[in-house]
Design a protein around this ligand. Structure first.
Ligand SMILES: Cc1ncc(COP(=O)(O)O)c(C=O)c1O
Length: 403
């Protein structure tokens, strides 16, 4: 049989022709989307070295992919970390990070107010595997220390700015306490973003973020990332290899695109959020406003030290779940949904949406009032947002539901 390529059948020739990547000598302006499941090696020995990570390169996109690597490297660089790994969601990043650090018999000390799925991961996924999580108030450093000392604590876990209560963690003090007890200090920096806060410069070991939010910034992608020391990230990659949480190439591309405008967007999100926080603080029917950029914030001094700006998130207490629902339903600009960190403004009722996994006692412990509304401030014209919120407050009050 002839081995001349031209004599092969149509199908063979079509597949060869359509899988030949172009050779590009010039540097592209954007990171290409390497939408390929596999990469070819020179020979069996070469493949074995590549897949064993004995030489740099790519084999299979569940392990490593060039676009995913570019996103991970950019995330690590923004956080001043040696290395990073990019995931298909924030939860995948948090899961792989924790699983890398704990085994049966270990303890995690976590702050009380954390994202609902993070709490659920600790209580419903890790607890049955023998990993206990103790939840503490991050502002009560004695309680943190007691919890750290109470068992084989491997991880101290906190959110820079907590979801949804906007508590600002004193990361410097928490890092000192965690290290004093031999724990790895892991911080979810999603609400802040690397522009607003750089936890590693405050002594934190590992930073995780949902890149679905401010990093990408346009509500068009689900992704996550972790950054830390090279050796730790190698271990995370080992876990990710066997659990399969890596980011998809197109998603990584979208995150990379968002990262390029993060600083500009966050300045504008912060300025609009401050204006809204000030208006809402003075408005009748609002029992409380939590915004890290307000002097009235309980951790204003910590926020001043740790955060570049107040960020785009704020929370208001409208006194009851019914008032919160009337307010959200009365808003014309924000759609009714439950995400954050976008050009679009969102208002959400955490007890019935993002933190639905918590029962009444857990909600109370985490400081999540029944009338809490979490607002993620977008890039719409601020005057329009101010007017929309003022009107929604009136409709809540007219319904006799104000605080
Ligand atoms: C603080 C925080 N961490 C993690 C996550 C999980 O991110 P993802 O939805 O990308 O898995 C969220 C999602 O809302 C969040 O708010």
């Amino acid at each position: 049989m002839s081995t001349d390529a031209r004599s092969r059948g149509f199908g063979t020739r079509a597949i060869k022709a359509a899988t030949r990547p172009p050779r590009v000598e010039q540097q592209p302006a954007a990171v290409p989307i390497y939408q390929s499941a596999t990469f070819h090696a020179e020979d069996v020995e070469d493949y074995a070295q590549l897949i064993g990570f004995q030489k740099p390169g790519y084999t299979y996109s569940r392990l490593e992919n060039p676009t995913a690597d570019a996103m991970a490297a950019a995330f690590a660089e923004m956080h001043g970390a040696e290395s990073g790994y990019a995931f298909g969601s924030g939860m995948a990043a948090i899961h792989a990070t924790l699983v890398t650090l704990v085994q049966a018999g270990d303890r995690i000390v976590s702050t009380q107010a954390v994202y609902g799925s993070t709490r659920s991961l600790m209580e419903r996924v890790l607890a049955p595997l023998g990993v206990e999580t103790v939840f503490v108030d991050p502002t009560d450093l004695d309680a943190v220390e007691q919890a750290l000392a109470g068992g084989r604590t491997r991880v101290l876990y906190a959110e820079t700015i907590s979801n949804p209560t906007l508590v600002v963690a004193d990361l410097e003090r928490l890092a000192e306490l965690g290290h004093g007890h031999g724990a790895t200090v892991v911080v979810d920096n999603t609400f802040a973003s690397p522009y607003i806060c750089a936890p590693r410069s405050l002594g934190v070991d590992v930073v995780v973020e949902s890149a679905t939010k401010w990093l990408s910034g346009h509500s068009d992608v689900i992704a996550g990332a972790v950054a830390g020391e090279r050796g730790f990230i190698e271990r995370v990659r080992t876990v990710a290899t066997d659990t399969g949480g890596i980011v998809a190439p197109l998603s990584a591309f979208l995150v990379l695109r968002g990262m390029q405008t993060l600083h500009v967007r966050m300045d504008r999100h912060s300025a609009s959020a401050l204006a809204l926080a000030r208006q809402l603080e003075a408005a009748p029917g609002v029992a409380g406003v939590a915004y890290p950029g307000l002097p009235s914030h309980p951790q204003a001094a910590v926020a001043q030290r740790e955060l570049r700006r107040g960020g785009g998130m704020l929370a208001i207490d409208l006194g009851s779940g019914a008032a919160a629902a009337a307010f959200i339903d009365g808003l014309q600009i924000p759609p009714v949904t439950a995400t954050l960190g976008s050009v679009v403004t969102y208002a959400v009722h955490p007890p019935s949406a993002t933190h639905r996994q918590l029962d009444e006692r857990q909600l109370a412990e985490a400081g999540i009032a029944p009338g809490l509304v979490r607002i993620s401030v977008g890039l719409e014209d601020v005057d329009d947002l101010l007017a929309d919120m003022a009107l929604a407050l009136i409709s809540a009050a007219e319904a006799g539901l104000g605080a």
